[in-house]
Design a protein around this ligand. Structure first.
Ligand code: ATP
Length: 202
């Protein structure tokens, strides 16, 4: 699925609504130091479900909300919208009835994050799985931070394996396996409890 538009509103330095149209092929973003190039990449990670404040260079997630300047007051919320071309109908069944997918994440001070896909409220997990199944997402190695290449060179084999898994398109399965293991463990505990009760009754 091709990203076609990124819209930022109150996200970090992008206090006014800003639209970035992403055409097929290569898109370059150029500008002087501190103009917000990295903020754009972080907005992309964030709307795809990033849940580590450190990955968007903040101490807490609310740090992504425009903090104000000498001439403009701080904002109360930040919102990022990512539009995707779904004309090839590659989205999960629940969202696969439209040619365009619109994923929105909004954070409000003291109220946390809320997500919508095509206007319907969804969980963070739904958004994360949507992008994991499309072999991308907040942790995708396709999004390269400053300094990440040197980190990669000195990375442990386990960390490198994650990149191969991403390329093989199995990251979504990884997450599902983890959730299945948690459910299995909970069921085993329930079975043990039932065993105790049966023993007491016998
Ligand atoms: P460089 O080329 O030096 O890496 P850059 O173009 O990638 O710079 P960014 O790091 O994306 O720039 O943007 C930094 C700017 O964003 C700084 O001016 C910083 O004050 C501003 N900024 C970051 N968070 C917020 C926020 N919450 N509210 C307002 N401005 C913010």
């Amino acid at each position: 699925m091709q990203f076609t538009r990124l819209r930022l509103n109150g996200f970090k330095s992008f206090v006014d609504p800003t639209d970035l149209i992403i055409h097929p092929g290569l898109t370059g973003v150029v500008g002087p130091n501190g103009c917000g190039k990295s903020n754009l990449l972080e907005a992309l990670r964030w709307v795809m479900g990033e849940n580590r404040a450190s990955a968007v260079r903040g101490a807490g997630m609310e740090d992504v909300i425009f903090a104000g300047t000498d001439s403009r007051g701080a904002r109360h919320f930040a919102e990022v919208t990512l539009q995707l071309d779904n004309s090839a109908r590659l989205a999960p069944a629940a969202f696969n009835h439209a040619d365009t997918l619109e994923v929105v994440r909004r954070i409000t001070r003291d109220a946390g994050s809320a997500y919508r896909i095509n206007g319907k409220e969804v969980r963070a997990r739904d958004v994360q799985m949507l992008f994991a199944d499309a072999s991308t997402g907040a942790h995708s190695p396709a999004l390269v931070r400053q300094g990440q290449i040197s980190e990669l060179i000195s990375a442990k084999p386990k960390a490198r394996r994650r990149i191969l898994e991403e390329a093989a398109g199995i990251s979504g399965l990884y997450q599902r396996r983890h959730e299945a293991e948690l459910r299995l463990r909970a069921t085993e505990t329930n079975l043990e409890r039932i065993g105790d009760v049966v023993e007491q009754l016998a």
